[in-house]
Design a protein around this ligand. Structure first.
Ligand SMILES: *[C@@H]1O[C@H](CO)[C@@H](O)[C@H](O)[C@H]1NC(C)=O
Ligand SMILES: *[C@@H]1O[C@H](CO)[C@@H](O)[C@H](O)[C@H]1NC(C)=O
Ligand SMILES: *[C@@H]1O[C@H](CO)[C@@H](O)[C@H](O)[C@H]1NC(C)=O
Ligand SMILES: *[C@@H]1O[C@H](CO)[C@@H](O)[C@H](O)[C@H]1NC(C)=O
Ligand SMILES: *[C@@H]1O[C@H](CO)[C@@H](O)[C@H](O)[C@H]1NC(C)=O
Length: 355
């Protein structure tokens, strides 16, 4: 997971009190305003009495009216329903998350709220706990495409479970393209410092970022780079933007084929990134590919390791990826050290609140 879970921090901005999405909270505001002040006081007193003196009555009531129906409801929520509910202007931002990564999800979300793009975020939950937890707090923003993965198995970077987890990514993205949406995929170990959509205004099929650490000139080419040492490029599968074109769909289909052709093995401990690079290699020329600027979308291997570069390019960074480091705790510590671990202080800015 470490390679893939990279989140970025955001700058300080005015706090948005967003424990619930505006959509979910608005229906409750109108009925309350119907009560007179006295009526409201009586109601509040009653609730207090119920809560304080009759907790055994209050509790099951809460469980039955709240949790149960939503659980069964979200179990059958389809990708098509979710996409149409969440998309804004035909565009979705998606991530794929299992329960252990919820803190990273929240960190990433806070940074997206600050860029005002959170309303189009759809969380592809890899397990039911994640599906329910996200939708309970932020109704409609998580979907599970069955089967759910065993999250224990999916946890360890380089394991077969991890490979299975990431191999479903191109399938989900292709499904979303077939439904006709633009889609941005992000790993959740990323943090947004700026608005990436200003870099996505031209009409290329597939946008991606380089995972190489070598510093490039500001005016570097936006073509697919030349292959590296292993005969292939090192494009990151962590941040991808796709338009619902034949070209983008072709890249996803090739990616799926490459994953099938080179399945996980103990010796290779593959992840899905090489297959994505082969897919780009095979489709270059037929498909309009676009390499995003390094200065705005640097790999963690550059951002976290070259302070003089970070200084020299200050203010130009858009998405930071916490990769080139393995281990959950180490990732958190690094975000923390760089002021990019937002969940401790700014959880209330997230539509999920404090988890
Ligand atoms: C909606 O999408 C169109 C086409 O991609 C774009 O030109 C326009 O600026 C977008 N509008 C908003 C509000 O994002
Ligand atoms: C991964 O997927 C393969 C093929 O679908 C399956 O045989 C295997 O049991 C899965 N492994 C884990 C750990 O999920
Ligand atoms: C970038 O700028 C340098 C110096 O101005 C120039 O020599 C070089 O050709 C440019 N490269 C590209 C890819 O435009
Ligand atoms: C694809 O990969 C092969 C093998 O490394 C390389 O020779 C070729 O130049 C690559 N093609 C493109 C378009 O990158
Ligand atoms: C760090 O960045 C500077 C540019 O700011 C560059 O000249 C130098 O080569 C980089 N160092 C490494 C180790 O890549």
């Amino acid at each position: 997971m470490s390679k893939f879970l990279h989140q970025r921090p955001l700058q300080n901005q005015p706090t948005n009190p967003y424990p619930l999405s505006p959509r979910s909270s608005s229906p409750f505001q109108r009925p309350i305003s119907l009560f007179s002040r006295t009526g409201l006081l009586i109601l509040l007193s009653l609730m207090l009495i119920m809560g304080v003196f009759l907790p055994w009555i209050g509790m099951p009531l809460f469980v039955f009216t709240n949790t149960k129906p939503s659980v069964t409801k979200w179990r059958h929520y389809s990708l098509e329903q979710a996409a149409s509910f969440v998309a804004r202007n035909g565009t979705l931002i998606v991530c794929a998350v299992s329960e252990p990564y919820l803190p990273f999800l929240n960190n990433w979300l806070i940074s997206i709220v600050r860029q005002k793009h959170h309303d189009k975020v759809l969380v592809i939950a890899e397990d039911y706990a994640t599906l329910y937890k996200v939708n309970e707090r932020w109704p409609g923003h998580a979907v599970l495409v069955p089967p759910a993965l065993d999250s224990q198995a999916a946890h360890k970077f380089g394991s077969q479970g991890f490979f299975n987890f990431t191999s479903r990514r191109p399938r989900h993205l292709l499904d979303i393209l077939e439904l006709g949406y633009n889609v941005m995929y992000n790993d959740v170990d990323m943090v947004w410092l700026g608005d990436p959509f200003t870099y996505l205004e031209e009409h290329h099929d597939v946008y991606f970022t380089d995972d190489m650490t070598a510093v490039k000139p500001l005016n570097h080419s936006h073509d697919l780079p030349a292959p590296g040492k292993k005969g292939r490029t090192y494009i990151c599968s962590c941040m991808i933007f796709l338009r619902p074109t034949d070209g983008a769909k072709l890249v996803m289909k090739k990616w799926i084929e490459e994953l099938k052709a080179q399945p996980w093995s103990k010796a290779k401990k593959a992840n899905d990134q090489p297959a994505f690079n082969w897919a780009l290699n095979r489709t270059n020329g037929q498909v309009d590919l676009y390499l995003l600027p390094q200065v705005a979308f640097p790999t963690g291997g550059l951002y976290f390791k070259n302070q003089s570069w970070v200084q020299a390019t200050k203010g130009m960074h858009v998405i930071i990826h916490n990769n080139y480091i393995t281990g959950f705790e180490k990732k958190i510590k690094r975000f923390h050290d760089f002021g990019l671990w937002l969940v401790d202080d700014y959880a209330l800015e997230s539509p999920l609140g404090r988890l």
